[in-house]
Ligand binder design. Structure first.
Ligand code: AMP
Ligand code: ZN
Length: 485
């Protein structure tokens, strides 16, 4: 397959033409969530964007394998377990289930594999032991560290100025004092503190550090060489730099060919983060906005530019989706009722021209192939919507109008194979279900009128269980079925 796709590779700091390791196949490893809480719109950015990347490779004809890990052992999980007074695995199960629900409600496909760190403890112990045997790691009182000084290429990915760096990891003074190089050495194995979940190891009871899991899981599921490694820019250093150091020292010369990193979603100029307490949760947003609107909102900015979260822009995206919905509805009705319905696909194909297919061409060439510039793709999708609108403004049902509309709609649907932002048509519901939905909405509205929010929420929850999402607007309450992809 001749590739025209250019990807900005963080490792080489330039755009490169994509060349897969194995012809027609793409393997992607994505650093996934630490499952101790609900995800926010910042976490949704890599989720939505790399979903589009995966679907675009598939659109181009590649056979894609997508792996995303689940970090289910970590200080934050331990702290949350204490807070909720349950064990760490209960926390991990609860928040990974919620994560998968959030993925689905954003129209993102679940990964082909979702390995959990706790399933790979043996593999991690083995890797750390090998690093120790070969002199790249050292133990101090039950903690094991990677000795960065033994690896010459450290810093190629992040281009950090280590001379002026303070101790990197947020660890206590005792641990810092154990490191030979406090600014760069990182923990591979952490000795258990009393009461913490732990595993037996050659260095005593403890648990692996975070940077080891992705090396072990990616090589198990994708092999020692794979095509693309992804994450947010906050993972470039130290996480990805440390992954590369371990993999390279084990002689896995290639590891990942391309490294892709999405920029942040900010809140008032600062990175949105659970630790900052400035988050907007996906779980809440999907109650208010259509999933297509959230996807559109994220994708209308190129992934290497920051987004400043602004509910007004999200509302504008919602309005954009509603506009699409209205125009597509009219277009479908026009085509359905047209007297030219017998015009076949061949005839339609023969009318394709540079002028009426320029939207798709530009979405692919100036958009996706130019380092996944989804902002351009969205511009072209709205270009098509406006072109459809113009056609519909002319009342005559002519053969050429039928053909032109068909060409425009086909292009939109083709682009949407990877974008996933076209408004989902309301699914047919049977009469019994319809009656139930309408009764629950009516009840909810009367509870709301009586300011009985508790019962009103119960009605919403009932509907939610049936897969119905409500939207309250000035014109009243509308409902739709959840997106099922
Ligand atoms: P975490 O659970 O914090 O490890 O994050 C999961 C994924 O979300 C990682 O790829 C992070 O880089 C990414 N991420 C976290 N916060 C943001 C943010 N504010 N904007 C964009 N991506 C983020
Ligand atoms: Zn990782």
């Amino acid at each position: 397959m001749e590739s025209k796709l250019k990807i900005y590779n963080t490792l080489t700091h330039q755009e490169e033409i994509f060349k897969p390791i194995e012809e027609d196949k793409v393997s992607i490893y994505s650093c996934g969530p630490t499952v101790y809480n609900y995800i926010h719109i910042g976490n949704a950015r890599p989720l939505i964007f790399f979903d589009v990347v995966k679907k675009y490779f598939r659109y181009l004809g590649y056979d894609v394998t997508y792996v995303q890990n689940i970090t289910d052992v970590d200080d934050k999980l331990i702290a949350q377990a204490i807070e909720e007074n349950v064990s760490m695995d209960v926390i991990a199960k609860k928040y990974s289930d919620i994560y998968f629900e959030d993925c689905k409600s954003l129209g993102a496909e679940l990964p082909d594999h979702s390995p959990r760190a706790t399933e790979y403890i043996d593999g991690m112990i083995e890797l750390i032991s090998r690093l120790e045997e070969q002199g790249f790691a050292y133990e101090v009182e039950g903690n094991v560290f990677f000795e960065v000084g033994k690896y010459n290429d450290y810093g190629l990915l992040s281009k950090k100025d280590f001379e002026h760096m303070e101790a990197g990891e947020r660890v206590d003074d005792e641990i810092i004092s154990q490191k030979k190089d406090p600014a760069r050495d990182f923990a591979l194995w952490k000795k258990a503190k009393p009461g913490e979940p732990s595993w037996d190891s050659p260095w005593g009871k403890g648990r692996p550090g975070w940077h080891t899991e992705c090396v072990v899981m990616s090589s198990d599921l994708l092999g020692k060489k794979f095509d693309i490694h992804t994450g947010g820019v906050d993972l470039i250093f130290p996480h990805h730099e440390n992954e590369i150091a371990q993999a390279k020292c084990m002689g896995d010369a290639d590891f990942s060919t391309y490294w892709m990193h999405n920029e942040f979603v900010n809140m008032k100029g600062r990175k949105m983060a659970k630790s900052e307490g400035n988050v907007v949760l996906v779980h809440e947003l999907v109650k208010q906005y259509r999933p297509e609107a959230i996807r559109l909102y994220i994708l209308q900015t190129h992934y290497r530019k920051q987004i400043n979260f602004d509910p007004e822009n999200l509302q504008a995206a919602q309005n954009g989706i509603e506009k699409m919905d209205r125009i597509l509805d009219r277009a479908e009705k026009f085509l359905r009722n047209s007297v030219h319905k017998s015009i076949g696909d061949d005839e339609i194909l023969s009318h394709k021209s540079a002028s009426n297919t320029r939207y798709l061409e530009s979405a692919l060439n100036e958009g996706m192939n130019a380092d996944f510039n989804t902002a351009i793709v969205i511009r072209e999708m709205f270009g098509l919507i406006n072109a459809i609108d113009q056609e519909l403004k002319m009342p005559a049902d002519t053969p050429i109008r039928y053909i032109t509309l068909s060409i425009y709609l086909d292009q939109l649907e083709e682009i949407d194979e990877f974008m996933g932002i076209l408004p989902q048509r309301e699914e047919e519901v049977d009469e019994v279900e319809l009656e139930k939905i309408e009764t629950l909405i009516a009840k909810r509205n009367s509870y709301r009128a009586a300011m009985d929010w508790e019962n009103a929420d119960k009605m919403r929850d009932e509907l939610d269980k049936m897969g119905i999402i409500l939207e309250d607007s000035k014109g009243g309450t509308i409902w739709r079925k959840k997106l099922q992809k």
